[in-house]
Design a protein around this ligand. Structure first.
Ligand SMILES: Nc1ncnc2c1ncn2[C@@H]1O[C@H](COP(=O)(O)OP(=O)(O)OP(=O)(O)O)[C@@H](O)[C@H]1O
Length: 266
């Protein structure tokens, strides 16, 4: 089986699971906030020894919270996500997962899939990797196919899917396993308005269930409407963080849109 369309750093959830768990210390006495589902402290990280690309980036995601990771091109958003997934060798970082099952799903920006597995087989594989019963898998997968208008391509190979359909498949794989934490890298590019709405509705339901979400995006008007708080990264460091009100305060724009604040602060 061959994987396509993603770099080595964009592996599907199962393959990064062991790496993220490596960082998790069950016996850590400092970790006593039961509402925190993701706790990240990145001292520094880069792709080569001695070449630091991000530093001093720390944040927490609580149950039900949607934290938006924003910043200009090259600011360090993807590097932050790769670091917290344990994909960068040159990183000084600490990542802790909380929640009921200490589970997470990573939805990469570039779809990653197996050439010779159908959409249904991908869902089946993800469900098996996360230990879902066949009954639970079947009913949730059927529901997701309907919700994302993908029932007609259930038994097709994703290589023949459009960009948006591939993106929908990645989102479905995440939603299928109902993790404690979603780590989503730029979900909106490629989705049509209907799919965006479907995605946001499902995300909202997952947040109501108690899942926390870290979402990197450039789509600031949507981010402004849906995120509880933000981290603005610029030049590999945190330039501003907090609620929209806090970001407005940092930018000196009390009525400013997230877009205007972003412009001012970067
Ligand atoms: N694989 C890589 N090897 C070396 N340097 C990299 C690699 N990927 C990113 N970088 C560098 O790390 C820095 C941060 O890049 P990163 O991809 O994290 O930015 P980003 O905020 O995700 O940008 P974008 O919005 O364009 O996706 C940049 O200087 C970039 O050139």
């Amino acid at each position: 089986m061959e994987e396509t369309e993603g770099s080595e750093e964009q592996k599907a959830p199962k393959q990064t699971e062991d790496r993220i768990n490596k960082y998790y210390d069950d016996d850590d006495d400092d970790y006593d906030d039961e509402d925190t589902v993701l706790d990240v402290v990145i001292e520094e990280a880069g792709y080569e020894a001695g070449d630091i690309r991000i530093s001093g980036i720390s944040f927490q995601v609580r149950k039900g919270e949607l934290l938006g990771l924003i910043g200009p091109n090259g600011a360090g958003k993807s590097t932050t996500i790769k670091t917290l997934l344990g994909l960068l060798k040159h990183a000084k970082a600490r990542v802790k997962l909380g929640g009921e099952n200490k589970s997470y799903a990573y939805v990469p920006e570039q779809p990653v899939f197996y050439e010779d597995l159908t959409l249904w087989e991908h869902l089946d594989l993800a469900a098996a990797a996360y230990g879902l019963s066949y009954e639970a898998f079947e009913s949730t997968a059927e529901q997701l196919l309907v919700q994302f208008s993908m029932t007609h391509v259930r038994d097709d190979l994703p290589a023949g899917f459009s960009k948006g359909m591939k993106q929908k498949m990645m989102l479905m794989l995440g939603f299928l396993v109902q993790p404690d934490v979603y780590i989503v890298d730029e979900p909106f590019i490629g989705l049509d308005p209907r799919a965006t709405k479907d995605f946001l509705r499902l995300l909202e339901a997952e947040r109501e269930r108690g899942a926390g979400v870290l979402m990197s995006t450039h789509v600031l008007d949507t981010a402004e409407k849906i995120c509880d708080s933000f981290i603005l990264i610029s030049g590999g460091k945190i330039a501003a963080e907090g609620t929209l009100a806090a970001i407005r305060g940092e930018a000196g724009l009390p009525e400013g849109s997230l877009f205007d604040c972003f412009d001012e602060l970067t």
